[in-house]
Write a protein that binds this ligand. Structure first.
Ligand SMILES: C[S@@+](CC[C@H](N)C(=O)[O-])C[C@H]1O[C@@H](n2cnc3c(N)ncnc32)[C@H](O)[C@@H]1O
Length: 212
């Protein structure tokens, strides 16, 4: 069900045919500006904010819940945010199919689904194959940012980062100047962050860089 009536995401909802293969992504925007990717954009609050704040960069958000993807893309259209697009897809599949090697300056993953039950941990996004793929799609010097409220998932994130040698863990830096109305304690400014701050939860954040 649509989150809002009369959504018209138009070209802000990006759809690539399978035969397009892996593409450099900046071409979608008609320029050669750096491209950043957010996985699990929800209602698009972060991708909209960072695209507004950073017009000299391009942003793509991927979201597999259709209602959220359409809502977020419509939001980008209403704001005429021409340096951002939303993709309705499962992120691992879309990245494998469509993102060329070294196409991205950053990958953002904020409050990914924690799958708390042990038998569901294999569904978590941040696993060794995901980090391999992030290393493939990042440019040298590009960064991966991870934020979660879930302590156990964060232990897994730190473990899989420590077990690989391609990405270097570096001190976390917020990706964008936060809006003036962001609540105290915000580090990335997403919807879930706002909700969790109101609930008094604390966050865990880490960042890793592709050497180069
Ligand atoms: C807990 S919400 C967080 C949303 C947003 N990042 C925030 O902080 O407000 C996780 C979102 O990621 C989406 N998602 C989870 N796994 C995904 C995947 N593999 N590909 C694309 N979207 C995914 C979910 O549909 C959901 O909207």
């Amino acid at each position: 069900m649509a989150l809002r009536p009369n959504l018209h995401p138009g070209e802000f909802l990006l759809s690539l045919p399978d035969e397009a293969g892996r593409v450099a992504l900046a071409g979608i925007f008609g320029n050669d500006h750096p491209v950043e990717l957010e996985i699990g954009s929800g209602k698009g609050t972060f991708v909209l904010a960072i695209a507004e704040a950073t017009p000299q960069r391009n942003f793509i958000g991927i979201e597999y819940a259709r209602a959220y993807a359409e809502f977020a893309a419509d939001r980008l259209r209403r704001h005429e945010q021409t340096n951002a697009r939303l993709v309705h897809a499962e992120a691992s599949w879309w990245v494998r199919c469509h993102v060329a090697d070294a196409a991205l300056a950053a990958v953002h993953v904020y409050f990914p689904d924690p799958w708390p039950k042990a038998r569901h941990h294999k569904r978590r996004l941040v696993q060794p194959p995901f980090l391999k793929e992030v290393h493939r799609i990042l440019q040298p010097g590009g960064v991966l940012r991870l934020v979660t409220d879930h302590a156990d998932y964060f232990v897994q994130m730190e473990r899989v980062l420590a077990e690989q040698q391609e990405l270097q863990v570096v001190p976390f830096e917020s990706p964008v100047a936060l809006k003036a109305d962001a609540p105290e304690g915000s580090i990335v400014g997403t919807n879930f962050e706002r909700k969790y701050i109101a609930e008094g939860r604390s966050f865990h954040a880490t960042m890793a860089r592709k050497p180069g």
